[in-house]
Design a protein around this ligand. Structure first.
Ligand code: AMP
Ligand code: MN
Ligand code: MN
Ligand code: MN
Length: 282
């Protein structure tokens, strides 16, 4: 029961780090990575709670990256939460998040939805944490859409009226920050980027060349076909395989904590020397 991808309300999850750990423990998860978007803010609290509940916290992060105009996510697992080589660039990414959120608020205002920035902020722990999920929650609460999926389909998704283009970190830089902070870089949910297999292979080779170690093979949003493709390409590119639910909240997520399972025959990411302490928890 190893889950290497989850969110707290320090980014766009709904549960506090303590409540997230409680839920993981009660579901039998033995090792959980907290991987909030572009922030390490929840890790200290999660660490204390995990220690109290006897589960292994894997300190993590999910970094937003721009690769040839497309947004990708890179997970850092087992990072040192105090490493300034990681903390400083994440701080810059959060400043960018805030700027983008203001622009999203203005787009929504033009579409007749006033005050969205302030309202979205009520769902977020800080301005630097603001993301599209917080705007989606406001759009649901104010009756503009019925659920998360419609909020992205009608307003916030790529190319939709309230979508704001944004340049995040460079792929090779993000991987370097993770590795220099003592962690392992994992390409998150490759099946969600809309890339053809050949392009995905190019991405994985570039990811590997830049110091990346693994690909998230089993995760929320991956059907059987995506799991098979990711696992085949990862093996071909000499990358290990990771699994994580990408849990955000009980009503909004594809999978609950602990539900993403690696297929047999994969080389698990916990065989990496930096994560070997997890292998015994499997
Ligand atoms: P951001 O990093 O602020 O651009 O927001 C990305 C986040 O929005 C993802 O991590 C998900 O939590 C959420 N998200 C993106 N697309 C969807 C979708 N189609 N349905 C539900 N949530 C989504
Ligand atoms: Mn998210
Ligand atoms: Mn993601
Ligand atoms: Mn995630």
């Amino acid at each position: 029961m190893i889950d290497l991808h989850s969110h707290s309300d320090c980014s766009d999850g709904a549960l506090s780090p303590v409540a997230l750990i409680e839920r993981a423990a009660s579901r039998g998860v033995r090792a959980l990575a907290l991987t909030d978007h572009d922030t390490l803010d929840g890790l200290a609290e999660a660490h204390a709670a995990a220690r109290a509940r006897g589960i292994e916290l894997v300190p993590g992060v999910e970094i937003s990256v721009t690769w040839y105009g497309r947004t990708l996510h890179v997970l850092g697992l087992g990072i040192d939460p105090d490493a300034s080589v990681l903390r400083d660039p994440l701080c810059a990414l959060r400043a960018g998040r805030m700027e983008r959120a203001r622009a999203i608020g203005m787009r929504l205002a033009k579409l007749g939805i006033a005050g969205a920035y302030e309202s979205a902020l009520r769902f977020a722990s800080s301005e630097g944490a603001l993301g599209r999920a917080h705007f989606a929650r406001h759009l649901i609460a104010s009756g503009h859409v019925k659920d998360m999926a419609s909020a992205f389909r009608r307003y916030l998704g790529d190319g939709k009226p309230a979508y704001v283009r944004h340049t995040w970190a460079q792929l090779d830089r993000a991987i370097a920050w993770i590795v220099e902070a003592g962690g392992v870089a994992v390409l998150a949910h490759p099946g969600r980027y809309g890339l053809k297999p050949e392009r995905l292979r190019t991405l994985m080779l570039e990811f590997r060349a830049a110091g990346g170690s693994a690909v998230e093979v089993a995760c929320g949003g991956h059907g059987n076909e995506q799991v098979q493709l990711a696992s085949r390409l990862a093996a071909a590119c000499d990358l290990r395989a990771s699994c994580g639910s990408d849990f955000h909240s009980a009503d909004e997520s594809w999978l609950d904590l602990g539900q993403a399972q690696l297929p047999a025959l994969c080389t698990p990411v916990w065989q990496h020397p930096r994560l070997q302490h997890l292998a015994r928890l499997q």
